[in-house]
Design a protein around this ligand. Structure first.
Ligand SMILES: N[C@@H](CCC(=O)N[C@@H](CS)C(=O)NCC(=O)O)C(=O)O
Length: 203
């Protein structure tokens, strides 16, 4: 298997963490330089027509795009340690927290960044009013999740799961990109710090 990745890009980082947590060794990592638009070249676009990383190419040449789809595939063939839940309630809770983190917290912060940050003006058809209102929703979500995570080590199921990979990695880059300080949200800061201390996060 080959994983098309890129250094410092948050989406492939989630797959690299997932591989490290499961100690999966039979994946060749191919790094693309996004700044040099290697992901827009025809060679790569014949593998990943959406010109995004990550992409997982299997030995039979079939390709899986999308971070979560790739991790779900890897979970099926390397079930241990389990990251998407074993019992019906665990599976539901991990999916629920993954979705809440994605749609309630990460999405408004991502829009807040993409639509207001000067660096994004060439890559995004910016709508500043939309961006500012999304940023405000993101700020309120940060307060909510700061309460939710108080005195919890993991976001759900009392164990490290895929929902923690989503939450910790997204907070780590989206808070900064919105020109905010994670340390202003003490519980989130403690949570992200202890999740990032896991050896798998030093990939
Ligand atoms: N929904 C996709 C998002 C992938 C994505 O946006 N990857 C970024 C890097 S983190 C990328 O390839 N960006 C290149 C571009 O937008 O041109 C996933 O979860 O895999």
């Amino acid at each position: 298997m080959k994983l098309y990745s890129s250094k410092l890009a948050p989406s492939p980082l989630k797959v690299l963490i997932f591989l490290a947590e499961k100690n999966i060794k039979d994946v060749e990592i191919v790094n693309l330089n996004l700044a040099e638009l290697e992901h827009k070249k025809p060679e790569y676009m014949s593998i990943a027509p959406n010109s995004r990383v990550p992409a997982l190419q299997l030995d039979d040449e079939s390709v899986i795009l999308e971070t979560t789809a790739i991790c779900r595939y890897l979970e099926s063939i390397y079930p241990e340690p389990n990251m998407f839940g074993e019992t019906p309630i665990e599976i539901a809770l991990i999916e629920m927290w993954y979705s809440r983190v994605t749609y309630e917290l990460s999405t408004p912060l991502a829009h807040g960044f993409r639509h207001t940050h000067p660096h994004m003006s060439k890559m995004e058809d910016q709508n500043k009013e939309f961006g500012l209102s999304q940023r405000n929703i993101g700020l309120s979500a940060l307060e909510t999740f700061n309460e939710i995570i108080a005195s919890k080590e993991f976001i759900t199921c009392d164990k490290f799961t895929y929902a923690d990979i989503q939450m910790a990695t997204n907070l780590n880059f989206l808070v900064r990109l919105n020109r905010l300080e994670l340390k202003d949200y003490k519980n989130l800061n403690d949570y992200v710090t202890q999740i990032f201390a896991r050896p798998s996060f030093s990939v």
